[in-house]
Structures are given as C-alpha cells and as structure tokens.
Design a protein around this ligand. Structure first.
Ligand code: HEC
Ligand code: HEC
Length: 182
C-alpha cells in the first residue's frame, strides 16, 4: 500500500471489500404474449433465456446486426416471417429510445435499514415525478425482482444513489414482498 495513513487506506479500500463476492444485478424480461412467444420459443429459447435482450437498446438495423454478430448461423434458421415478428417485438420493447439495463450495477452491502417513514420519504422524492405510488402498492415481488425494477426506474430517470436503491429494495422486499420468498 502506498498510503501513509492506515485509516485512510482502510477507508478507501472499503467499497471494494464490500463488493467482493457480489455479482451484478441481472434484468428480468417478461414473456411476450401469444404469437411472439411462439416464435421466440421455437427459434430462441433452446439456447438461452430472453432476459439478456434488456441489455440492449437498438433500432431494427442494430438488432439485425446483433443477431448476426452473436450467432454463427447469423439467425439463418429463422424464416422471414419469424424474423419479422422477433424484430418487431425487439424494436418495440428494446428500441433506441428505451434504456438498456446496466451490465454493471453491483448491489452494495447495506447495514442500516429503512423505517416506513424513511422509505416513504424516498418514494415521494424519487418516484412520484412520473407515476403514483399505486404502482408500488399494488405489486408484490421478491427482493430480486424489486431490485430489477428499481435499477430499471433509475435508468429511466429516478434519482437514487446505490445506497438508497439497496435500502429501498430491502424495504420493498420486506413490506411489498412475497411470502414464498421467505
Ligand atoms: C443455437 C443456440 C442459439 C439460438 C437458437 C439463439 N441464440 Fe442468442 N446467443 C447464443 C449464444 C451462444 C450467445 C452468446 C454469444 C456471445 O456471447 O458472443 C447468444 C447471444 C445472444 C444475445 C446477446 C446477449 C448478451 O448478453 O450479449 C442476444 C440478444 C441473443 N442471443 C438473442 C437471440 C434471439 C432473439 C434468438 C432467436 C431469434 C437467439 N438469440 C437464438 C446462442 C443462441
Ligand atoms: C422517469 C420516470 C420514472 C420514475 C422517476 C420512476 N418510474 Fe416507475 N415507471 C416508469 C414507467 C414509464 C413505467 C412503466 C414501465 C412499463 O410498463 O414498461 C414504470 C413502472 C413502474 C412499476 C411497475 C413495473 C412492474 O413491472 O410492475 C413499478 C413498481 C415502479 N415503476 C416503481 C417505481 C419506483 C419504486 C420508483 C422510484 C424509485 C419509480 N418507479 C420511479 C417511470 C418512472
């Protein structure tokens, strides 16, 4: 260590320690309905799930190029109809105006937890700019899903630090969670 002051050195090293063993949060993509799902199930899900699509925000040309770049057969196996269906859905859901899910968000370890009034204050400040809190209060999700939603909301513009985000996620999981999660 180059730091002369051991206390300062320890402080600087802290965030790194807190991250060891923690993996970046992953997106969760909701299955599309009916015909789109049929096409994706037939052509895509044999090899991997659909969650990773959320890492991208591309126009039609961009999606087409990505599929070619990522797959040896360049998506040759797709019929023209199926390709059109998949691309229509990808562009509608993960188009250039959407916010890609960050590959890098690593949840920090938290040691203090929100009381109900603290959580309410943060929700009022960070969330009500765009929609009512009924979106929260009518939902029940396990903590991991709340993390995905909170990270998604931050990508859309909600102002939250990592600490605030994690405390909120812990509180949401506790108060608006699901029983089977416990
Ligand atoms: C034969 C197996 C296979 C099929 C079928 C397949 N994929 Fe993939 N896909 C892969 C592999 C392997 C990778 C990882 C390639 C890499 O990392 O460079 C990948 C990567 C991707 C990625 C990038 C993921 C990331 O996180 O970077 C996307 C998006 C994607 N596939 C979409 C699709 C879609 C849409 C379909 C159906 C039209 C499909 N895939 C069908 C094997 C497949
Ligand atoms: C910049 C605007 C914006 C802000 C700020 C924002 N949201 Fe959202 N939120 C949206 C939009 C747009 C949707 C609808 C997304 C969709 O339907 O795909 C949404 C949807 C939701 C949903 C429903 C999603 C689901 O899968 O059930 C929840 C829950 C939610 N927001 C919670 C929050 C929370 C908690 C905050 C504050 C931390 C927040 N939002 C801040 C724009 C915002």
């Amino acid at each position: 260590m180059r730091f002369a002051n051991p206390v300062l050195a320890a402080l600087l090293a802290l965030p790194l320690c807190a991250q060891i063993g923690r993996r970046p949060a992953r997106p969760q993509v909701t299955r599309p309905d009916g015909p789109v799902w049929q096409v994706i199930r037939k052509n895509c899900t044999a090899c991997h799930g659909i969650d990773d699509y959320a890492f991208f925000a591309l126009d039609r040309d961009g999606w087409q190029k990505l599929l070619v770049a990522k797959h040896k057969d360049g998506g040759e196996a797709l019929s023209d109809d199926d390709r059109r269906t998949v691309l229509d859905w990808l562009v509608a859901k993960f188009g250039p105006d959407s916010k890609p899910f960050p590959r890098t968000y690593v949840p920090p370890e938290i040691t203090t937890f929100f009381s109900d009034p603290e959580a309410k204050r943060l929700l009022d400040r960070a969330c009500t700019k765009c929609h009512g809190l009924d979106r929260v209060e009518t939902s029940r999700y396990p903590e991991e899903q709340w993390r995905v939603i909170a990270v998604d909301m931050r990508e859309r513009g909600a102002q939250l630090t990592d600490e605030e985000l994690e405390r909120l996620v812990e509180w949401l999981g506790r108060v608006w969670g699901t029983n089977q999660d416990k």
